[in-house]
Ligand binder design. Structure first.
Ligand SMILES: Nc1ncnc2c1ncn2[C@@H]1O[C@H](COP(=O)(O)OP(=O)(O)O)[C@@H](O)[C@H]1O
Ligand SMILES: [Mg+2]
Length: 225
C-alpha cells in the first residue's frame, strides 16, 4: 500500500502532516518513536478507524481506500488485521474453542475448522495448551492466542500496536520469532513500538515519526540516532 500525502488531525490539532510512505507486500516494518508521535493514529487510519484530514491510502489493487464504500471496507478489514491490546479473547472458553469459535463465526465448515485450528495453534506454540481456559494463560500465551485468532482470517497484513508493552525483554524476543515466521509465510508485518530492544535486534525496515513528519526511513534500521 501507498500512504499518500496523509494528514491526520484531531479537531484542529495536527498529529501527522503530509506523510508519504510506501509499504510493499511482504514488508516487515517497524513504526517507531516516542509515545505521542502518532503511531497508533496512523494504524487506525490504515483500517479506516480514523479518517484523515487530507490524503489517501492507495491499495496494491490501485483503489483509494477513502473513496470506497462500506462493504469494501468490511472485506478489506479481513485482509489487514490489527491485533488490539486487550486481545478480545473469550474468557470462559478454552484455547481451542477461542480459535474454533472465530472460524465458525466466519462461516467455515466443521471439518475445515477441525483441520485448521491445530495448525494455527502449532504456529504460535499453543497446541499443548489447547484445553486450557483463558484464565489459566499467562499474558504471553494470551498474546500468542490473539495471533492465532488473527490467522483465522488469513490476512495479508498483520498490524500490531506495541506488541511488547507487557512482556519482559526475553519474551519480547520470542514474539518477534513468530512475526518473522509469519513474514516468511508471505504476510506483511507492521509493528508500532517504542521498544528499542526488539527494533535493534531485528534489523528490519524502521520508519521513525517525529514532529508530525517521517524523520527517517531505513532499510535495516535501528532505534539509535
Ligand atoms: N482521541 C484523541 N483525541 C485527541 N487527541 C488524541 C486522541 N488520540 C490521540 N491523540 C493525540 O494524538 C497524538 C498522537 O497519539 P498516538 O497516535 O496515540 O501516538 P503514539 O501511538 O505514537 O503514542 C498525541 O499527541 C495524542 O495526545
Ligand atoms: Mg500508540
Amino acid at each position: 500500500m501507498k500512504i499518500n500525502n496523509l494528514t491526520l488531525a484531531y479537531w484542529n490539532k495536527i498529529i501527522l502532516e503530509k506523510i508519504d510512505l510506501e509499504i510493499p507486500k511482504w514488508e516487515f516494518v517497524f513504526l517507531i518513536w516516542k509515545s505521542g508521535s502518532g503511531k497508533t493514529s496512523l494504524i487506525s487510519s490504515l483500517i479506516w478507524d480514523f479518517k484523515p484530514f487530507l490524503g489517501n491510502i492507495v491499495l496494491d489493487t490501485g483503489e483509494n481506500l477513502y473513496w470506497q464504500k462500506w462493504d469494501f471496507i468490511l472485506s478489506y478489514r479481513r485482509k489487514i488485521w490489527v491485533v488490539f491490546q486487550d486481545y478480545k479473547l473469550l474468557e470462559s472458553k478454552t484455547v481451542y474453542e477461542n480459535v474454533a469459535f472465530a472460524m465458525e463465526v466466519c462461516g467455515y465448515k466443521d471439518d475445515y475448522v477441525i483441520k485448521k485450528v491445530p495448525e494455527f495453534l502449532r504456529l504460535v506454540w499453543l497446541l499443548v495448551k489447547k484445553d486450557k481456559k483463558i484464565t489459566q494463560l499467562s499474558g504471553w500465551e494470551k498474546q500468542r492466542l490473539a495471533i492465532a485468532r488473527a490467522l483465522v482470517h488469513n490476512p495479508d497484513v498483520i498490524i500490531w500496536d506495541e506488541p511488547t508493552w507487557n512482556l519482559d525483554p526475553q519474551t519480547a524476543m520470542e514474539i518477534m520469532k513468530i512475526f518473522d515466521e509469519l513474514n516468511k509465510m508471505g504476510k506483511t508485518i507492521i509493528i508500532a513500538t517504542h521498544d528499542s530492544n526488539i527494533v535493534d535486534k531485528y534489523k528490519k525496515r524502521v520508519v521513525a515519526f517525529k514532529d508530525k513528519k517521517i524523520f527517517s526511513d531505513e532499510k535495516k534500521g535501528s532505534y539509535k540516532y
